[in-house]
Design a protein around this ligand. Structure first.
Ligand code: ADP
Length: 507
């Protein structure tokens, strides 16, 4: 079947300009497919373009035969509109994929409008198209012909109703074009009652006012009609609810995204700060180390072959060793953190006396304490025994004691070990600068510090590592402090520790 091709004028510029909006509608129109009966109720020429171009283009893409019944616009005008938006009109017409027909070849065949006859004709077109190898029929008609003496309002209503019977399950779809201001409102009202979907502007709407053929032809009982109305009302409510839920989900997601973003930003900030603090800390021992070694070299070079006195060499070596020790402690802390982060802290459980461990560590700090002018007092009634990891326990005491000396303002430091309700309790108290309540939880975090790097060196890792170890040993650590009035750290360790997931060992 081939419609007459009439050369017509080129598309008016407004139709061409409207092309910009075509993409938007195309997305919406993809929801339409075979079996659909839709009407396009339009007012402005660009509304006609944005709906029609994608409708035809998608029909062609789906391998359907596109049948366009012209009336208000001439064939040339419609062809130019399609051509302007990438449809190869001539080629499609040659292979029979795009067919233009007039009202006399379709609605007014035989000079009269017969709804049943028109549906039968539509059915034949569908069969012929499928037989010719097309996947179906994508039809659209400009309904302006209906403004003539034919048809009556009832004819038109019957025709649309019959289409609703025929189209579902068929391989055809129909798009009836109504230029709104040209039709009396009564007709547009019927149109809105007879099309399950409506294209308005550049959107496809599920039509709430659509009535089934039975309802339209008045064969439906009042009870059924009420049921339908209630269903429609619920449908609206349901869509509203879905929208609200979707909105809620979106806003929840954006709050969550915001939180994740802030968290990531904070982590990056902490890491940057840590890197600058860490490089500073690692560099600090290097300067005296270099000076010591340079001094020694100059002395040897300038000695003119004389033997450099033994005590000078020993003193330089001892100074260098001290700085190396400082470096090693820093590197160990960094290694510990990386192990802890990866959950690789391995514990070796053995029988120990906490008092003995504490005394040994205090002993090691004797020199440093003297330098700071602080006296360290150890109070214990007797041994406090249990099974723990010796090196890790030493690390806990070392971190707490070195902090007490560092932040202790040269005043006495008190260490007490006792047994309370079957648990070992270690308390380290100083009388120094103290910690503000707002920092007391934070300082146990990775890289967290409550003092400025200018006044006190440090990586902000000691308490983090300490708490991780204490927890791996099954215990707890707490701090009590007031700014300017010293700090008290209290560690409680169960004596028969069961290994936590962080620790592994002989139990
Ligand atoms: P660092 O001492 O390297 O900064 P820590 O993790 O050991 O790291 O301590 C974290 C922070 O807690 C310190 O920067 C300091 O602000 C505070 N702090 C720790 N111990 C004390 C203490 N005994 N007195 C006052 N402040 C302390």
């Amino acid at each position: 079947m081939n419609g007459p091709s009439m050369p017509g004028p080129a598309a008016p510029p407004v139709l061409l300009e409207a092309g910009a909006a075509v993409g938007g509608t195309a997305r919406q129109l993809t929801r339409l497919g075979q079996g659909d009966h839709v009407c396009l109720v339009y007012e402005r020429p660009e509304e006609h373009v944005v709906a029609l171009v994608p409708y035809i283009r998608q029909g062609l893409e789906r391998g359907e035969r596109c049948v366009y019944v012209v009336d208000e616009h001439g064939v040339g005008e419609v062809a130019a509109m399609l051509e302007a938006h990438g449809v190869e009109v001539e080629r499609e017409r040659e292979r029979g994929a795009l067919v233009f027909l007039t009202k006399r070849e379709t609605f007014l065949r035989g000079g009269r409008f017969e709804p049943e006859e028109m549906i039968a004709y539509f059915h034949r077109v569908e069969e012929e198209s499928v037989a010719a190898g097309f996947s179906g029929v994508c039809a659209t008609g400009e309904m302006s012909w209906a403004l003539g003496p034919e048809p009556t309002r009832e004819d038109l209503l019957r025709y649309e109703t019959l289409l609703n019977d025929y189209l579902p399950g068929s391989r055809a779809m129909a798009n009836c074009q109504y230029h709104r201001s040209r039709f009396p409102p009564e007709i547009i009202q019927d149109v809105l009652r007879t099309h399950p979907r409506v294209i308005l502007g550049d959107e496809v709407h599920e039509n709430l006012f659509y009535e089934t053929p039975e309802m339209l032809l008045g064969e439906e009982s009042a009870a059924k009609r009420v049921e339908w109305m209630v269903r429609q009302l619920k449908r609206v409510r349901e869509s509203e609810r879905e929208l609200v839920l979707m909105g809620l989900r979106l806003s929840e997601q954006s709050v969550e995204n915001r939180r994740l973003y802030e968290e990531a930003r904070e982590a990056v900030r902490a890491r940057d700060e840590f890197l600058s603090v860490a490089s500073h800390e690692l560099k600090t021992p290097l300067t005296p180390l270099r000076l010591r070694l340079q001094g020694l070299r100059r002395e040897v070079e300038g000695s003119g072959g004389e033997v450099v006195p033994r005590e000078r060499v020993v003193s330089a070596a001892r100074g260098a060793e001290q700085q190396l020790h400082r470096l090693a402690v820093l590197v160990d802390a960094l290694l510990d953190v990386s192990r802890l982060t990866q959950g690789r802290l391995v514990l070796t459980w053995e029988a120990l006396d906490v008092v003995e461990v504490v005394r040994e560590v205090v002993e090691r700090f004797a020199q440093q304490a003297a330098k700071m002018g602080s006296e360290v007092e150890v109070v214990a009634d007797g041994p406090v025994e249990g099974r723990w990891d010796r090196l890790r326990l030493e690390q806990v005491v070392t971190n707490l004691l070195s902090n007490a000396l560092k932040y202790g303002a040269g005043r006495p430091v008190h260490v007490a070990v006792a047994e309370e309700r079957g648990q070992a309790v270690l308390v380290v108290r100083d009388e120094g600068i103290g910690i503000g309540p707002e920092h007391q939880e934070r300082i146990f975090g990775k890289f967290e510090r409550a003092v400025s790097g200018r006044h006190y060196g440090g990586l902000g890792l000691g308490l983090y590592i300490t708490r991780q170890i204490v927890q791996a040993l099954g215990g707890t650590i707490e701090v009590e402090s007031e700014p300017g009035r010293g700090a008290t750290f209290r560690v409680v360790l169960p004596r028969t520790s069961s290994p936590s997931p962080l620790g592994r060992g002989s139990g």
